[in-house]
Design a protein around this ligand. Structure first.
Ligand code: CO
Length: 189
């Protein structure tokens, strides 16, 4: 089932997500729905707050990056209750976008390597290290669970320049070819 994607201005995107306990949800079904939603909107990652659920879960399918980043090949993974325990390596800039902030793409500087602990959908614990595009996508999605968006990493000048576009998203004045859940209702009389 395709779920609507929450967009900038929705308070849930600014909340710290809660930990998931085994049995909290029909996890398999939720994850399936999230993949379906992500593929339909051509995303490479999706976090639960983006489908209006304030829980510590994100999914990634980095395969579309394979042409330029070999580490992305066949990488498909769910991360439950993740904790980044180390960020290292060099700073690098990459042009990011987000399904919750449609039509805005900006260069974001992040570190190249992460070490992350997480559970898979069977609640098996993992600790892995990632670099390159995988570390990039993981950090972007992990931010969502802390209520952080990629635009928060921009300079105040860049943010000021984006103000109008962001206000349009808040008001639902943005055209996308996937279902969204915007904050516009707050602005109706
Ligand atoms: Co995002």
């Amino acid at each position: 089932m395709i779920l609507p994607v929450t967009t900038y201005g929705m308070p849930i995107l600014r909340k710290k997500a809660s930990e998931i306990k085994p049995g909290d949800f029909q996890l398999d079904e939720l994850i399936e729905n999230m993949y379906e939603t992500m593929y339909q909107s051509s995303g490479v990652g999706l976090a639960a707050p983006q489908v209006n659920l304030s829980s510590q879960l994100f999914i990634i399918d980095a395969d579309p990056f394979t042409e330029y980043y070999k580490e992305a090949k066949g990488f498909k993974q769910e991360f439950i209750n993740p904790k980044i325990i180390e960020r290292s390596g060099k700073k690098w800039s990459f042009n990011e976008g987000c399904l919750s902030i449609p039509k805005i793409n900006e260069d974001v500087i992040r570190l190249s390597n992460v070490k992350i602990q997480y559970y898979d959908k069977n609640f098996t614990f993992h600790e892995n290290e990632y670099d390159g595009i995988l570390a990039r996508v993981i950090q972007h999605e992990y931010d969502h669970l802390q209520g952080i968006l990629f635009i928060d990493h921009l300079s105040s000048i860049r943010k000021t320049l984006l103000k109008k576009k962001l206000n349009d998203i808040i008001k639902g004045n943005v055209k996308v070819d996937y279902k969204i859940l915007s904050a516009k209702n707050k602005y109706r009389k």
